[in-house]
Design a protein around this ligand. Structure first.
Ligand code: PHE
Length: 442
């Protein structure tokens, strides 16, 4: 469960949630996001873990095993393959965003922003994006960090890392929230997150909210199948998933509160997009009179820890599938996947500078080339499609008696609700999202 929480809390909560919330008008976004998370992503989280418990293996082997047991089509393991491709695509932009954090940790620790005028600090983000050599360096370091931990295996590397990372993580978050409530404009942040405008809800907002819920809870690419496979049998899937869901949502909300308190206190733009945390936070920290170096270094270290645990969860299923499927050592598989992921990430690195291009999506100009394409393809198309297939597989293809005994929910109504959401609601919502993205994205 620790590992599942570690994987679900990451850049999705810290980087994507605040900027999507900022872009889509605060409370209006939350109004759509929360039902999407609760009624679609959460039941599917349970479905994925259930598949892992039943199949006892990585998404491809596990689903193949279930298909045999249930006499289903041998095409279902395609979900596993599909998930591995999605994980790889997500990692190739995730690792680049995470690597910016390394840059900010270094700048913060060196005190580069202390006492520097706000405009100059703010420009450091743009300057970093323009400097592809610098980005390549940080990206390489981040990928190396992930691969080195993963070569040591899930039971060794990942668990040992998480046991240290998670408690530090929680302590730092609580501390930073208290701190933000003192220096920031907490009231305005609260107001921003609590007020909504129903007329502002459009197709793009619904697609973004649904995609954000899947991304934040790591649903739709088979990452949770791995946790189901490793989880002890006596552990209840529903309670583990509930804890992760609560933890993930509370975390995202606290991050947003903290970030917007600072954004409003320093008169910055809430809707500046993917650069929100990187443009505004260093500025805020630079304006502080005391211990700015310590606070900013701590904050960016917290972000790094969170993104590392999610990065492990993105690559782990690919490594597991390679070691089992090709019969190669874990070490070799980790280096191989790491090398490919590094190369894939380079496309993202160059999409902010040498290979920059723009296009329109739902009437909005997207100007970061491959980065925006990957972000949209992976989170607006691949994840909803993967989640839809998982809903159909767990809801309609696995025998009802089997899901019931695997989930072992004590309250019958809760099980029925899960079944309704998985069989009916999720396919309708995800189907609608896919139709909007694929046929009406103009
Ligand atoms: N949920 C992670 C986050 O919020 C991202 C992730 C998605 C991790 C899918 C693993 C699988 O950052």
């Amino acid at each position: 469960m620790l590992a599942a929480a570690g994987s679900s809390i990451g850049l999705g909560n810290i980087w994507k949630f605040p900027y999507e919330t900022g872009l889509h008008g605060g409370g209006t976004f939350l109004l759509v996001y929360i039902p999407c998370a609760l009624l679609v992503a959460f039941p599917l989280m349970m479905a994925e873990v259930l598949i892992g418990r039943y199949g006892r293996g990585n998404p491809i082997h596990g689903i193949r095993h279930i298909a045999k047991q249930e006499h289903l089509s041998s095409l279902w393991p395609v979900i596993g393959w599909f998930g591995l491709i999605s994980s790889f695509l997500i990692f190739s932009f995730y690792s680049v965003v995470a690597s910016w954090i390394l840059f900010y940790i270094m700048q913060s620790a060196m005190g580069s922003f202390v006492g520097v005028p706000a405009e100059i600090v703010q420009h450091s983000y743009g300057a970093l994006l323009r400097n592809s050599d610098q980005m390549m360096l940080w990206h390489t370091i981040f990928v190396l960090m992930v691969v080195v931990v993963l070569t040591r295996g899930v039971r060794g590397g990942l668990e040992r890392a998480l046991r240290i990372i998670m408690p530090c993580f929680i302590a730092l978050l609580i501390w930073l929230c208290v701190y933000a409530s003192q220096v920031g404009d907490f009231d305005q942040a609260l107001h921003f997150l609590a007020s909504y405008d129903l007329a502002a809800i459009d197709a793009e907002l619904v697609v973004s909210a649904m995609a954000q819920a899947l991304f934040s809870l790591s649903v739709g690419i088979g990452a949770l199948v791995m946790f189901g496979a490793y989880m002890r049998d006596e552990r209840s899937i529903a309670s583990a998933a509930s804890w992760v869901m609560v933890f993930d949502t509370v975390f995202a909300l606290l991050m947003a509160l903290m970030i917007f308190s600072i954004v409003f206190a320093f008169g910055m733009d809430a809707d500046s997009g993917a650069g929100l945390i990187f443009e505004t936070l260093p500025v805020a920290f630079s304006q502080m009179t005391e211990y700015s170096v310590v606070w900013s270094t701590l904050f960016f270290t917290l972000l790094l820890a969170a993104s590392l645990t999610s990065a492990f969860a993105l690559l782990e299923p690919i490594i597991a599938a390679l070691t089992q499927g090709m019969n190669i050592s874990r070490r070799l598989a980790a280096w191989l996947v790491g090398a490919c992921a590094w190369a894939g990430g380079m496309l993202t690195v160059y999409s902010f500078n040498e290979l920059k291009f723009s296009f329109y999506y739902f009437g909005e100009q997207q100007s970061n080339g491959v980065f925006d394409v990957l972000n949209i393809v992976a989170t607006h198309v691949m994840m909803p499609l993967g989640a839809l297939l998982i809903a159909l597989f767990a809801g309609w293809r696995i025998h009802h008696g089997e899901t019931k005994s695997l989930l072992a929910m004590r309250v019958e109504v809760a099980y029925r609700l899960w079944r309704f959401c998985t069989r009916i609601l999720a396919p309708i919502v995800l189907g609608a999202v896919l139709v909007m993205v694929l046929f009406f994205p103009a």
